[in-house]
Design a protein around this ligand. Structure first.
Ligand code: FAD
Length: 472
C-alpha cells in the first residue's frame, strides 16, 4: 500500500518525521511537492527564496532517485491535487511536516479535515522546531511576549528528538501522475540578479550538512563574540538551510554537542540561544498571526511615519544612501542573497528611524531578496528593530551607523568588500566619508557626497515623532 509524503519546507530525507511515519506504517512513499504560491496569503515566496527552492527541489529529487524513488512536482491548488494523487496512487494516507505561517497553517487545517472526511489518514508532524509554538506557555497558560523568560521556560522542557537517518533505499511506485518538470514551476525564472549567489551557497541537504561541518570546524570556536562581526565569517550561515528544512535544528544541536571541546561550551550555548530566537519567532507568529502586517504594539498606530519617498527607498534598496555600512549591507544582500545579522539591524534601524519609513517597507524588500526569507524570523527582526514588536529594542534607541561600523567592522574591511569604491579611503573616513568631501569626490566620484538623511536631523526627527506617541 502507498502513502503520499507531501514535502514542503522540509526538503531533506535525513530525520524527516513525515517520511519516517510513512515507512513506519509500512507504506510505500509517493514523494510530492505542490507549488501553490497563491495559498500563502499576503506572503507568497519572494524571488530569491524561490531561486533557492528550485535548487533545493532538484537536490531532493536527485537524492530520492539515488534511492530508487523520485520527487513528483505539481502546480496547486493543493487540496484537489492531493485528492487526485490519493485516488490515482491508491494511497491510504497523507503525511507532512508542519509549517507555521498563518495562511499556510489555516490551509493545512482545512486540508487535514477534508482528507479525513474522505476517510484518508492525514497526519502532520514537527519537522522544523525544537518546540511546537504552543508547547511553551506562561504560568497563566498564555503566550510569552519576551524572549528571556520564554527561553528559560523552554530549557526546562528541553528534550531532543531521537535522530533518524535517511533510508538507504526506497520502494519505487509507478501509479499516479508523473507531475511536471521542475522548469515548469518557473521558480528560478524570477530573479535576474542571482548569478553571484551560487558560488557561495549549495542549496539542499548535502549543502546544509557541509555548512554545519564548516561551522563546527571553524567559526563555532569564538562564535559568542565573533557572531557580531560582519567583516569575519563568524556565523554558521545555516539560515536558508534551516528555513527550507534541509537540516533539522535538533540535528544541529546534536552535532554541536558532539564537538563540545574545552572552550566551546559558551559558544555552543550562545549558538543554541540564537536557535532559541528562531523558536521564539515561531511562537510569536503562531500566537499573534496578524504581526507580519501589523505593529505588535498598538501605540504605534498614531506614529507619524515619514511620507513614502520612492527616491529614498530606492537609495536604500540599491545601497546608495551615502552611509557606507548601510550601503555595504544592502549590496551584500543583493549580491549574495544574505546579510549579516548585525548589519540587518543597522540597515533596519536606518530605514525605520533615520528615514522614518514603516518597517513593512524593509520587510517586503528583505522578503524578496533574502534566500533565508522566513515569515517568523523576518517579522520578529523588523518589529524588533522598529521598536514596534513584542520584545523589541525601545524606539528611542537609535543605532548610529558610524559608531556601529567602528565597533563591528573596525578595519572597514566589510565596507571595502561591498562598497569597493570606498576602499581607497583611509579607515576612519571609510565610516563617514562625507567628513572629507574633497577626498571622497576624488576617490569615489559616483558615491553620494552626503547621506540621504543627515545623521543628526534624522535622529532628532525620529525622537520627536516618538515623543508624539509616548503619552498616547
Ligand atoms: P547564526 O548566527 O549562525 O545563527 C544560527 C541560526 O539561528 C540562524 O540560521 C537562524 O535560523 C537563527 N537565528 C539567528 N539569529 C536569529 C534572530 N535574530 N532571529 C531569529 N532567528 C535567528 N533570519 C531568517 O532566517 N530569515 C529572515 O527573513 C530574517 N530576517 C531578519 C530581518 C531583520 C531586520 C533582522 C534584524 C534579522 C533577521 N533574521 C532573519 C535573523 C538573522 O539575521 C538571521 O537568522 C541570521 O543572520 C542568519 O545567519 P546565520 O545562519 O549565519 O546565523
Amino acid at each position: 500500500a502507498n502513502a503520499i509524503v507531501w514535502f514542503r519546507n522540509d526538503l531533506r530525507l535525513d530525520d524527516n518525521p513525515a517520511l519516517h511515519a510513512a515507512l513506519d506504517a509500512g507504506l510505500a512513499p509517493v514523494c510530492v511537492y505542490i507549488h501553490a504560491p497563491d495559498e500563502a496569503g499576503d506572503w507568497a515566496p519572494g524571488a530569491a527564496s524561490n531561486a533557492w527552492r528550485h535548487r533545493a527541489l532538484a537536490a531532493l529529487d536527485a537524492s530520492l532517485r539515488r534511492r530508487g524513488s523520485r520527487l513528483r512536482l505539481f502546480h496547486g491548488p493543493t487540496l484537489p491535487t492531493l485528492r487526485t494523487l490519493v485516488e490515482t496512487c491508491e494511497a491510504e494516507a497523507v503525511f507532512w511536516n508542519r509549517r507555521y505561517e498563518p495562511a499556510i497553517e489555516q490551509r493545512d487545517a482545512r486540508i487535514k479535515r477534508a482528507l479525513r472526511e474522505d476517510g484518508i489518514r492525514a497526519e502532520s508532524h514537527n519537522g522544523a522546531l525544537l518546540f511546537e509554538p504552543w508547547e511553551i506557555s506562561t504560568g497563566q497558560d498564555g503566550p510569552y511576549k519576551v524572549f528571556t523568560p520564554f527561553w528559560r521556560k523552554a530549557l526546562t522542557q528541553w528534550r531532543l528528538q531521537t535522530p533518524w537517518t535517511a533510508p538507504g533505499a526506497l520502494p519505487e511506485v509507478d501509479d499516479g501522475p508523473a507531475g511536471v518538470a521542475l522548469q515548469d514551476l518557473r521558480l528560478a525564472a524570477v530573479p535576474d540578479w542571482d548569478s553571484g549567489f551560487w558560488a557561495r551557497w549549495t542549496p539542499g541537504e548535502a549543502g546544509a550538512h557541509e555548512a554545519l561541518e564548516v561551522f563546527t570546524d571553524g567559526a563555532l570556536r569564538g562564535y559568542r563574540d565573533g557572531r557580531d562581526r560582519p567583516d569575519q565569517a563568524g556565523t554558521s550561515r545555516l539560515s536558508p538551510h534551516l528555513h527550507f528544512g534541509e537540516i533539522a535544528p535538533w540535528r544541529v544541536v546534536t552535532a554541536l554537542d558532539e564537538v563540545k571541546r574545552a572552550g566551546t561550551a559558551a559558544d555552543i550555548d550562545a549558538y543554541v540561544r540564537e536557535l532559541g530566537w528562531r523558536e521564539f519567532a515561531h511562537h510569536l507568529l503562531h500566537h499573534f498571526p496578524e504581526t507580519p502586517n501589523k505593529d505588535f504594539n498598538p501605540r504605534f498606530a498614531g506614529f507619524s511615519w515619514a511620507r513614502r519617498d520612492p527616491r529614498r527607498i530606492e537609495a536604500w534598496r540599491e545601497g546608495r544612501t551615502g552611509v557606507p555600512i548601510v550601503d555595504a549591507g544592502m549590496r551584500e544582500m543583493w549580491e549574495t542573497g544574505w546579510m549579516h545579522n548585525r548589519v540587518r539591524m543597522i540597515v533596519g534601524s536606518w530605514l525605520c528611524k533615520h528615514m522614518r519609513l514603516h518597517w513593512r517597507e524593509g520587510a517586503r524588500w528583505f522578503w524578496d531578496t533574502l534566500v533565508d526569507a522566513d515569515l517568523a524570523n523576518n517579522t520578529l527582526g523588523w518589529q524588533w528593530i522598529a521598536g514596534t514588536g513584542a520584545d523589541a529594542a525601545p524606539y528611542f534607541r537609535i543605532f548610529n551607523p558610524v559608531t556601529q561600523a567602528e565597533k563591528f567592522d573596525p578595519k572597514g574591511e566589510y565596507i571595502a568588500r561591498w562598497v569597493p569604491e570606498l576602499a581607497a579611503l583611509p579607515v576612519p573616513l571609510r565610516f563617514a566619508p562625507w567628513r572629507d568631501p574633497a577626498r571622497l569626490a576624488a576617490a569615489a566620484p559616483g558615491y553620494p557626497p552626503e547621506p540621504v538623511v543627515s545623521l543628526e536631523a534624522g535622529r532628532d526627527a525620529a525622537l520627536q515623532a516618538y515623543r508624539g506617541i509616548r503619552g498616547a
